[in-house]
Design a protein around this ligand. Sequence first.
Ligand code: GTP
Ligand code: MG
Length: 373
Amino acid sequence: MVEDLRLDSLEGVGPVTTRKLSDAGVHNVMDLIVRGPVEIAEITGMEKDTAEKIVNKARQHLVETGLISKDFVTATEVYKRRQDIGKISTGTNCLDTLFDGGVETQALTEVYGEFGSGKTQFAHTLAVMVQKPKAEGGLDGGVLYIDTENTFRPERIVSIAQAHEMDPEKVLDRIIVARAYNSAHQTLILEEAGPVIEENNVKLIVVDSAVGLFRAEYLGRGTLSNRQQKLNHFVHMLSRIAETYNCAALATNQVMASPDVFFGDPTRPIGGNVVAHTSTYRIYFKKSGKKRIARMVDSPHHPEEEVIFGLGEAGVIDPEDTEKKVAKKPAKKLSKKEKESEPEPEIIVSSTELQMVEPTEDADSDDLMSLEE
Ligand code: GTP
Ligand code: MG
C-alpha cells in the first residue's frame, strides 16, 4: 500500500515534480487529493492546469488501487464503503448509546460546550479507547493529538488506561502529540499529517481546540473573512483526511455567551457556521452540577437525544460509576421528569437556527457569518 502511494508512482510525475511537491509538504498521492488542485498550484507555483492534471491522476490511481471510490458509484458501493466505517467506543454505555455504538471513522465529530464541560476529558478517553482491540470496542489504532491549548496531559492518559486495564506505557507510545502554537502552525501540522497517519496506523485525530487559535489571532471585523476562510480550509482538510484515511476526526470547540440570542441556550460554538457545515456529527456538552449532559445536535442518522454522563479518573464515565468504571449497566437516558427538574432547561440552538440569526454590529456575532455559501 505504501508503495502505491509514492508520488513517482504516478505517470508523468518525475523527480523534479516530486521534489517540488515534497518541498511544499506534499509527500504522497493521498496528500494530493487532500490538498486539491487549487492549493497544490498555490503552494508549488505550478500552473493550475498542471496541478489539476496531477490531482486527477492521483484520484484515478487511488480508484484503481481501490483506496477511494469512483466519482460515480452505485448506492451499493456507497453502502459497502460505509461498511468499512469503524466505531470507537467511548468506554461508557451512556455516550455509546448517544453515538449509536461509538465515534465513527470517515467523519468529523465536533464536540462543543463551555469550559470544564469535559471536551478535553472526552478527547483523552477516546485516545485511549481507540487503541483497544476491535472486539473490545476499539480500532487497534494510533492517535494524532493536535493540542492547541496545552491541555494534553499524559498523566490523564495513564489513569484512563489503568482504569480500562491497559498497559499505560504502550498506550502513551501510540499517541503522537503535536503542540500547535498558532493557527498557521496548526494548519501546517495537519498538512504534514499524511505520513504520520500512515506510519502509525492512526485511527483517531483529535484537534483540541479547533477554533481557539484562529479566534485569538483574528480579532475584529476587518479580519473576519480571512479568519473564516482559513478556518474553513482547516476544517475541510480535517474532514477530507478522515474520509481518505478512514479515521475518526474529533474537533472540540468552546461556546461563548451570545447576548443576541434571546430564546434558547445563549451559547453557541465559536467557530460559527464554518465548522457546523463541515462536521458530520455535532455534540453539545453541558454542565449540570457534577454531572454532564451530552446532546446529539446534528447528525445525518442519529435521533436527537440527550444522555447524562460523568467525569472521573477513567475519563468520561457512566453517571452511576462515581469514580472507577465498573461492570456494564444499561445506559442512562434523561427521563422526562429529570429533564424538567434540570436547573435551567434550555433549548439548544441548532445550526440551522444559527444561520437564521441576523448578524448584528456586536463584535461577537461575527461568528455567524459564513463564507461557505
Ligand atoms: P475547556 O478546555 O476549558 O473549554 O474545558 P473542557 O470542556 O475541555 O473541560 P475538561 O475536559 O478539561 O474538563 C475539566 C473537568 O474535568 C474538571 O472540572 C473536572 O471536573 C473533570 N476532571 C478532570 N480530571 C479529572 C479527574 O482526574 N477526576 C475527576 N473526578 N474529574 C476530573
Ligand atoms: Mg479543554
